[in-house]
Design a protein around this ligand. Structure first.
Ligand code: ARG
Length: 577
């Protein structure tokens, strides 16, 4: 199965091949920018003409003459210096619509080359509780995961949690003392943030405690069973906090997706040996480092990636190198996506470059840092509580729920209190997720309650409301046959809406390629807009039987598309609001 765009590209490139006699002519097909330019435009002919040193317009004429229209293309015209405007036939649109209505699971067109895609996302440090810094990665990573799965890729989620390192020494030491004093650990650990702060304060202020903490790090790394068991207890407690947040957010991550930093311990010494064998290691001030030409710091001085510290300890980069190797060699990844804060971009550039140089990752495995910007408060500074503390994710999500409840209770409706509470929960979480997903992840992002909870614009409440509204139109037809899958488009708005729904799989593919979920949000927002224009211009329930049934079917297709699209973003729809 192919999308409209893929079918067009195939037809155009076949036509080019027939004209030029050469085989490899990937056609570049884009959406037409104005209705008079058709539905799509092919613009690859100009580049080929340049190569062949012929007149582009003439070449385009020849390509159009050779173009096999099939049922798909109504007509093709040359425009400007050598564009080809492509008009899709209504018959094709109508037939595709019937097929999609009969088998909605086919709305998404799977990738032609399914891959093994490893997605590293969320990956919080377990020493502290999840805070707003983990929100974007968790939400964006989860949406990308859903899209990849829908495209038929074999997806392996990896929650690369930070469960190792010097911070754990002080946490374990603090825990042990509390335990000895007979304190209830579960109460103490119920607020990890406070627990961490207490341990840190002691570490900073009490020399004895700090020594003990440092000794515990060493014992932990040596596998001392007493220290390990306390550590285990702490990790378990911290994971429960994460899982609570995952539950609230409705993300896919499960226990089996955990692949913690500690998992790679046993590999680290071998990573150093492997780098050494490749001649990549240099000793610098007692530390084992890799210097690569492409990384220069200030004053053009070579910038090292430290693999092993002077005291023998390993670093974040060492673990990541072991992780790349594992993902390539054991998980057989074709593509590895790291959904991680943009501020770690140098780290990943170095890890990727070293992994290539050391042959941990084969050339044909794509390593991609799916970076995202910082979450800012309304004041344009990194998002903090009023007192300047980091905001715990759990608190943030509870606030979302409270605000959504207030929003929903303002609206008149005959919905009972229980259902309203459920609606508020969905609206609250969806608003947080959607407002993040709808922005280009590369930019910093301003977290603003009032805009995310607005019913106007490209927001979750607007999208959920658009879906609920279509559902209510469809419900009004209850009892009468609603399984008509025949759509016939007569009005401009009908055709525009149908075209839009059938472009859904193209957007899903684009998100699979670029990992930019905002493309899907924009599409869904436009789709909802197309529906509103259709609804205003084409009466549904008042129309004559045949037209009414066709329009109802079109409304059903729209609802199905919105539902699937929101589902890919990890957003539940509501039948009424
Ligand atoms: N734990 C890290 C942090 O909170 C993120 C880990 C991302 N994944 C990775 N493979 N480095 O900053």
């Amino acid at each position: 199965m192919l999308t409209i765009r893929q079918s067009l590209a195939a037809r155009v490139s076949d036509a080019i091949s027939r004209v030029t006699g050469s085989d490899d002519n990937p056609a570049h097909v884009i959406y037409a920018t104005k209705p008079q330019f058709g539905d799509y435009q092919a613009n690859g002919v100009m580049a080929i003409a340049k190569q062949m040193k012929t007149n582009p317009r003439q070449l385009a004429e020849q390509v159009v003459a050779e173009l096999d229209h099939g049922e798909l293309i109504e007509r093709a015209e040359v425009a400007g210096p050598g564009f080809i405007n492509l008009f899709i036939s209504n018959a094709y649109l109508e037939r595709s619509a019937s097929e999609a209505l009969a088998a909605p699971e086919k709305l998404i067109v799977p990738a032609t080359d399914p891959q093994t895609v490893v997605i590293d996302y969320s990956s919080p440090n377990l020493a502290k509780e999840m805070h707003v810094g983990h929100l974007r990665g968790t939400i964006i990573g989860d949406a990308i995961t859903r899209v990849m799965q829908a495209l038929g890729h074999r997806v392996i989620r990896q929650n690369h949690v930070g469960d190792w390192g010097t911070q754990f020494g002080m946490l374990i030491a603090h825990m042990e003392e509390l335990q000895e004093q007979g304190e209830s650990l579960s109460t103490e650990l119920s607020n990890l943030e406070i627990f961490y702060r207490k341990a840190k304060q002691r570490f900073d202020e009490e020399a004895d405690f700090a020594d003990k903490a440092r000794a515990y790090v060493v014992r932990l790394q040596q596998g001392d069973s007493h220290v390990l068991s306390i550590w285990q207890r702490f990790i378990e407690e911290s994971l429960k906090h994460c899982e609570e947040v995952y539950g609230l957010l409705g993300v896919l991550l499960e226990r089996k997706d955990l692949c913690a930093e500690s998992f790679y311990n046993k590999e680290l010494a071998d990573i150093v040996d492997a780098l050494d064998e490749k001649g990549l290691l240099t000793e610098s001030e007692g530390a084992q480092c890799v210097f690569l030409d492409e990384f220069k710091g200030k004053d053009d001085k070579p910038l090292p990636a430290i693999i092993r510290k002077r005291d023998g300890g390993f670093l974040y980069a060492s673990t990541d190198l072991a992780a790349v190797r594992y993902r390539c060699q054991e998980l057989h990844a074709d593509r590895i996506l790291y959904v991680v804060d943009a501020r770690q971009s140098l780290h990943f550039q170095q890890v990727f470059a070293i992994a290539r140089a050391a042959d941990f990752a084969p050339q044909d495995c794509s390593l991609e840092h799916i970076a995202y910007g910082t979450m800012m408060g309304e004041d344009g500074k990194p998002f903090k509580t009023r007192s300047g503390d980091t905001v715990k994710l759990k608190d943030l999500l509870e606030e979302a729920n409270r605000r959504a409840e207030a929003l929903i209770s303002e609206r008149d409706s005959d919905i009972d209190a229980r259902e309203r509470a459920e609606i508020a929960r969905v609206v609250g979480i969806s608003s947080v997720k959607y407002s993040d997903l709808s922005k280009n992840r590369n930019s910093d992002y301003i977290f603003d309650w009032s805009s995310m909870l607005s019913f106007d614009g490209n927001t979750a409440p607007y999208m959920l409301y658009a879906y609920a509204r279509i559902s209510s139109i469809l419900r009004r037809r209850e009892g009468e046959p609603s399984d008509n899958n025949r759509i016939s488009v007569k009005e401009t708005e009908e055709r525009a809406l149908l075209m839009k729904t059938l472009q859904f799989p193209e957007v899903v593919q684009a998100v699979g390629r670029d990992c930019l979920p905002n493309q899907l949000c924009n599409y869904l927002y436009e789709l909802a807009g197309s529906f509103m224009r259709f609804y205003e211009n084409c009466p549904i329930l008042k129309a004559d039987d045949e037209i009414r049934d066709s329009r109802l079917a079109l409304a059903r297709l729209t609802a199905e598309t919105l539902h699937q699209g929101l589902d890919l973003l990890g957003i539940r729809t509501l039948e009424r609001m």
